[in-house]
Design a binder for this molecule. Structure first.
Ligand code: NAD
Length: 460
């Protein structure tokens, strides 16, 4: 699936024409390649008075090889790979001025595909209504920066629980890190998050385990990927294997050849199984138990669309979409959890959709199933916290796959362009985001729904 317009715009002749006519200008996004530095330039790190995170974040960045600069000593023409601001010290609305003072002089100095990250305290944990109000206000700032800076720059707000840094969090300060926050900063700064912008990520107090090697953050993990024969699932299988996981790739028997090709390519195993059959959960559990004895990462990616407006939709379309996209996930979670095949440190990641957030014409069945996936995350994450299993969802926007290639041309073109990146995402963008949520180092990230949509206007 190719976006010919984006390729044209990135060519010399295309650039001139697009500028003259004021057409959408999709930038070339910085995507991760193993061995790449986290950022294309230094990070400027600032903090509001009394911020509790600037110091450990400075250490995380330095330990990750980022050159960290101080706002008091930078000269005017320095260009930055990232602007990072600890806003946890902002305790009322007048204090928000400190963000303006930090960001305004450097707003035009962020390199293409650079990053803006603001760190705050979850409003529900704030000590006063004024503090909660100011912390909530940070959302409007970061989301607007995502829409304003352009050139592939992303902007995120990370709410970090006040419990971070307590003894129970296991901070490994000798290694220069606050483990629970480390994986999220690395993901958001790197090219892995190329198509993630305008998001609010919550980092809680769950147990996080730093990897021996950040280039292989899934070393030794067993990961199940459903719907792995093509599209997002195939990209995901490749990313998880690249990051060190042993991948069990599952898809329907009809996709057996494509599935075997993916599994062979990455040295994983293939399971041909239709998830909607009554025997599927037990067969899958037996396979995982006998071959691996456990499954550390479960990614529910298999999904289908059967679009029709509600008045024209037959019951088969309704039933099949709810069954593949939602009920089968519940059945599989139940059996794997009951049989204790997902150990402490386990990860469940479910694929939702921005249609599940915003709704979509002709997709009542699909949007219902995908909103249900978000409900599954909301309800399961607190229950599984005790077992140290995290549960998160990703909600892709317009991703270039066979699913979106079937959309009629004009609707497809609108979906592609109506986001801050003026382009569709690639399967690898969703895969990298799921990869981050699956890392042992991301145990403090649970109950989140992260959109991978280039900050789509839909569901914003
Ligand atoms: P795709 O159609 O290319 O791949 C889906 C895979 O799931 C296929 O290989 C299919 O055989 C498999 N599958 C379907 N039913 C199955 C069953 N009963 N048992 C086992 N496997 C089954 O789709 P994609 O675009 O790669 O989408 C992957 C996920 O991302 C889906 O959940 C989809 O809803 C979601 N999503 C995609 C987009 C997008 O823009 N492509 C946007 C939002 C959400």
């Amino acid at each position: 699936m190719t976006d010919r317009y984006a390729s044209f715009v990135q060519s010399g002749a295309g650039r001139t024409l697009v500028k003259r006519l004021g057409l959408p200008d999709p930038p070339r996004l910085r995507r991760h390649r193993p061995g790449d530095p986290l950022l294309p330039g230094p990070a400027l790190l600032g903090a509001a008075t009394g911020g509790r995170l600037a110091e450990p974040v400075g250490r995380i960045l330095a330990f990750a090889g980022v050159e960290v600069r101080d706002p008091l000593t930078v000269d005017a023409d320095t260009r930055f790979g990232a602007l990072v601001y600890d806003a946890t010290g902002v305790t009322d609305s007048t204090g928000l001025r400190q963000l303006y003072d930090f960001l305004h002089p450097h707003a035009r100095s962020v390199l293409p595909s650079g990053r803006v990250i603001v760190l705050g305290t979850p409003p529900a944990e704030c000590g006063s209504p004024r503090e909660a109000t100011a912390q909530r206000a940070l959302e409007g700032l970061t989301r607007s920066i995502g829409k304003e800076f352009g050139r592939g720059v992303t902007a995120q707000l990370v709410y970090v629980t006040k419990e971070t840094g307590n003894a129970s969090d296991g901070p490994d300060l000798s290694a220069g890190t606050l483990t629970s926050l480390d994986s999220t900063l690395r993901f958001l700064l790197s090219g892995r998050s190329a198509y993630v912008s305008g998001q609010v990520v919550r980092v809680g107090a769950g147990h996080a385990q730093a990897p021996a090697d950040w280039d292989r953050p899934l070393d030794g993990q067993v990961a199940l990927v459903t719907g792995a024969a093509r599209g997002i699932g195939a990209a995901l299988a490749r990313v998880l294997a690249r990051d060190g996981a042993q991948v069990v790739a599952l898809d329907v028997p009809a996709a057996g050849d494509a599935l075997a090709a993916v599994a062979n390519e990455i040295g994983g195993s293939a399971v041909q199984l239709d998830l909607t059959t009554p025997e599927a959960p037990a067969r899958l559990a037996e396979h995982l138990a006998s071959r691996h004895g456990r499954v550390d990462v479960v990614v529910h990616n298999a999904g289908i669309t059967r679009d029709k407006t509600l008045g024209r939709m037959d019951a088969d379309r309704w039933d099949s979409v709810i069954d593949v996209n939602l009920s089968s996930q519940e059945r599989i979670n139940d059996v794997l959890l009951e049989r204790k095949l997902i150990p402490a440190g386990g990860r469940i990641v479910a694929v939702s959709s921005i249609a599940g957030i915003a709704g979509n014409r002709g997709q009542t069945n699909y949007a219902t199933s995908k909103a249900g996936v978000i409900g599954l995350v909301d309800s399961l994450a607190p229950v599984l916290r005790e077992r140290q299993i995290s549960v998160n969802a990703v909600a892709p926007g317009f991703i270039e796959t066979r699913m979106t290639a079937r959309i009629p041309l004009m609707v497809r073109e609108a979906g592609r362009r109506m986001n801050s990146m003026s382009q569709g995402g690639l399967p690898v963008d969703v895969a990298e985001t799921i990869g981050w949520l699956a890392w042992p180092a991301s145990g403090a990230v649970s109950g989140n729904v992260v959109r991978v949509c280039g900050q789509s206007l839909l569901g914003a």
